[in-house]
Structures are given as structure tokens and as C-alpha cells.
Design a protein. Structure first.
Length: 466
């Protein structure tokens, strides 16, 4: 397996080089030269594997044997040893046609742990093997930052700087990042929103001289390894539901709370690899640029909204370019033209056969604030299950978009304790896990900066060179 850029100006490179490059040097996103296809016979073999065994099977399709198997196995088992559930990502039945894939059993209680605990192991491995200092730079709408920091805090040879929008993450998300006291961690609380943070990150990675001089590596989902790791739980949950329903051949839907298009793109990749997926249901909130694209073929940012599901408060989705590349026939010249046009004009329009293909693969529903809260209250009353507001968006979208008689797996992306601000609004009292409760008694360490690139560059250069 080799990797190329969606914009066509990065030649075939290996897995480790793709991992370290993060954002492609031509400003595009790295994708596999060919998506590996898994046979029906192989899928049946995989049904009986543990989560860690399945990770190794899928990763082996992408890593080019660049990492010795025993080294890869050690990283995988070390990464998932930090999870509180033996299945890593267990499936919970909510009702006959709806299953919940619990992705919050990692150390920071969010789905980002699935990929980022492994990436922390991989960055540590590469730093040690290549005797290389690694400087991780990322932006977060809440969960990525805590999980990335957890994966590399205190690790020799690695420094990590995370940007988060000041006042626009939940209190628990903020505490998970800013109570970490290791000297290899810098939290920048940035005036603005997540899109502002993400734009600055992408601009810095696109400045190849700055990127090289400061040894920048990416932790956001612009890094393909994030996507690769997330494909695993689509396969794993499908196998678990197949066992529960007794039907190992039926297609299922996946309903995915979506902000940056990374998690649902992992589902798209799993489908392209051969997983029997019918619809990918894209759940957004009031920041519903992606819903409009699925329904109308227009990708155009609107006014930013602060919502009950802050991790989805995103207008410009980093991974959208990867999907465009595939739905438009893997044409890098067309992608370059579209992305240049988006930068100049602020929108992308897809129509005709391409839009038909989008609507064949995806459904979408923008969940408004009251609908989100009503879903939390209704499912808690009817099933006794407490959804966090992001997971509630996924369930609400499934209720709206799934066809009668079909089975849907909805992704539960975070533990409700991370978003008690929303839970309190539906008059539900929850008990915090001990790890989260303890955060409120710890001192915080963060640096507030204005939203200019100059101010952020000054802080990160000082940090990386200290």
C-alpha cells in the first residue's frame, strides 16, 4: 500500500512517511493509492476475532509491512489496554432496529481515543526508531485535544500543542486538556471558533518551510492514520450486531454524529473495503453545511452556531476533500480546481450523476437544539439509557432517516458526563465517573491567545524550541 494526495502532487509514499507528513505537502489530503477490498470469505473469518485481533488484520492492509508484526501487535495491545471495557467498543441494543456502538470507554471518555491512543504509541515508536524529535500540532473542538494529549503526555522526544476555541468546549473537555501538568504539553485557548483554529493549523502545515523547521506532525483527522483506525469499529460493530440478529449477510445503516467528516468517512472507507453497508446517515446540528451538501449538492459555510453538541460545531470539514476525491472519480485536477474555487468563492457545487451518487450513499439530518434535548429525555425515559448530546444527534437522525425494516448502528461518540451542561437542561441528574469528578479539583494550565496566526506562531515556536 502506498499513499498519494487528493490534489495529485505528492507521489506514492509509504505508510510511515504518510503518517509523518499528515497534511499532504501540496495542501491536499493523503489517501491510499488503492483501497483494499476484503472478500466475503475473509469477512466471515473476521467475525470471531477480538477487537485487537481485528485491528491487526485491518492495519496490516495499510502498513506495507514497514512495521514488524510483533512491534505493531505490541502497540495495538498497549493502546487498547487503557480501555475500561474488554470489547473496547461494545454494542448496546436500544430497540429491535437500533443498536448503539459505544465508543467512549477509553481514557478520555470519547471516540477519539480509539485512534489517538494508537497514534500516541505510533509516534513514540517512530520517534525512538528514527531518533527524531516530533512536534505534534493540532486543533480541537473538544475531544481530539484531550485524547491526543493523553496519548503522548510525558513521552520523551515528543511535544504536543493543542489549540481549542476559548469558551466553546464543555467544561469537562477543557479540564481534561488543561489539568495535564507535563512539560511536553501546551494548551492554547484561542479567541474564535474551531474553524478559526483549524484554518490556522492547515495554513501552518501548508507552509512547508515552517513545517520542516518546526518538525510538525498532525494529530487531527487530516492524518490518514486517524481514519484507518476508525474503520475498525465499523467492522467490529457489524459483526456483533450480526451475531445478535442471527443474520451475517444483511446490510446495515450507520448513523454518525458528524462535524469534521472524519468519522463518517471512515465508515465510507469500510463500505468501499467490502463491509455490507446500506446508508451512511450523517447527523449534524445547527451547523449543517454537510446536511445541505447531501440534500442539495451545495457545500457552503453559513453562520457559526454554538450548540448543545459543541464537538460538532464545525462549518469547514477537513475530511470532506477525501470524499470529493472519490465521488468525483479520483480526479486530482478537478479536486485542485474545486478547492481553489472554494478558497476564492466560499462554496463547492456538485450536481448530476455525482450528486445522485452522494444521495445513494448518504442520508442526512440536521438535529436542532430542542430535538437533541428531546431525544435525550425520550430515550432516557423509554430505555433508561442516557445519551450525550452528540450521540443523541445520531439517534435522532436515525429515527428520521432510517428506512422501516432496516437495522441501524448509531455511534455513541462520548460519555454523557462530558456534557452535563446539556443533560441538566432535561432535568436529569447523572453520577460522574470518578476520573471525571477528580478533574474539578485539579489546577489548570493553559495560555490564552488572540485568534491571529502571528500570536499562535509566537507561542508554538517558543514552546517547541524551549
Amino acid at each position: 500500500m502506498e499513499y498519494i494526495s487528493t490534489r495529485g502532487n505528492v507521489g506514492k509514499i509509504g505508510f510511515v512517511d504518510a503518517f509523518l507528513m499528515g497534511l499532504a505537502d501540496d495542501g491536499g489530503l493523503l489517501v491510499p493509492y488503492e483501497i483494499p477490498v476484503v472478500s466475503a470469505a475473509k469477512l466471515k473469518e473476521w467475525q470471531e476475532l477480538s477487537y485487537q485481533e481485528l485491528v491487526l488484520e485491518i492495519f496490516s492492509l495499510y502498513t506495507n509491512d514497514e512495521i514488524p508484526y510483533e512491534d505493531l501487535k505490541q502497540m495495538v495491545y498497549d493502546a487498547y489496554a487503557t480501555f475500561r471495557h474488554p470489547e473496547v467498543t461494545p454494542v448496546h441494543k436500544l430497540k429491535d432496529d437500533l443498536y448503539l456502538l459505544e465508543l467512549f470507554h477509553g481514557p478520555t471518555f470519547a471516540f477519539k481515543d480509539i485512534a489517538l491512543q494508537f497514534m500516541g504509541q505510533l509516534y513514540t515508536y517512530v520517534s525512538r526508531k528514527q531518533n527524531k524529535k516530533i512536534h505534534i500540532l493540532g486543533a480541537t473542538s473538544g475531544d481530539t485535544g484531550a485524547s491526543a494529549i493523553e496519548g503522548v503526555k510525558g513521552k520523551e522526544g515528543i511535544k504536543i500543542c493543542i489549540l481549542h476555541p476559548n469558551g466553546k468546549v464543555s467544561k469537562v473537555q477543557e479540564l481534561q486538556m488543561t489539568t495535564v501538568q507535563e512539560d511536553n504539553v501546551l494548551n492554547l485557548s484561542v479567541e474564535g471558533n474551531f474553524d478559526d483554529c483549524q484554518r490556522i493549523i492547515k495554513d501552518l502545515f501548508a507552509d512547508l518551510e515552517f513545517k520542516s523547521a518546526n518538525r510538525l506532525c498532525a494529530i487531527n483527522s487530516i492524518n490518514f492514520v486517524r481514519i484507518m483506525a476508525q474503520t475498525v469499529y465499523y467492522f467490529y460493530s457489524y459483526f456483533q450486531v450480526a451475531k445478535q440478529t442471527g443474520n451475517s449477510d444483511a446490510k446495515v445503516n450507520f448513523s454518525v454524529p458528524t462535524g469534521n467528516f472524519g468519522d463518517i468517512f471512515a465508515g465510507y472507507l469500510a463500505k468501499r473495503m467490502g463491509l455490507p453497508v446500506d446508508k451512511l446517515i450523517l447527523a449534524t446540528n445547527e451547523n449543517n453545511i454537510l446536511e445541505r451538501f447531501i440534500k442539495e449538492g451545495v457545500y457552503k459555510p453559513g453562520d457559526f452556531r454554538t450548540t448543545y453538541s459543541p464537538s460538532m460545531d464545525i462549518q469547514v470539514a477537513s475530511n470532506f476533500e477525501r470524499y470529493l476525491y472519490y465521488v468525483l472519480g479520483e480526479n486530482p485536477e478537478q479536486i485542485r480546481s474545486l478547492m481553489d474555487g472554494f478558497k476564492a468563492e466560499g462554496q463547492i457545487v456538485v450536481s448530476g450523476d455525482a450528486l445522485g451518487k452522494v444521495q445513494e450513499e448518504f442520508a442526512a439530518h440536521g438535529v436542532q437544539g430542542q430535538e437533541c434535548l428531546d431525544t435525550i429525555a425520550a430515550y432516557n425515559k423509554e430505555t433508561g439509557y442516557l445519551l450525550d448530546p452528540h450521540s443523541a444527534c445520531g439517534v435522532a437522525a436515525s429515527d428520521q432517516q432510517a428506512k422501516a425494516g432496516s437495522v441501524t448502528i448509531s455511534l455513541a461518540t462520548a460519555h454523557p458526563a462530558k456534557f452535563n451542561e446539556a443533560i441538566e437542561l432535561v432535568h436529569i441528574e447523572q453520577e460522574f465517573p470518578a476520573q471525571i469528578q477528580a478533574l474539578f479539583n485539579k489546577p489548570q494550565r493553559q495560555t490564552q491567545v488572540d485568534g491571529t496566526q502571528e500570536a499562535i506562531v509566537q507561542e508554538i515556536v517558543k514552546f517547541y524550541n524551549a
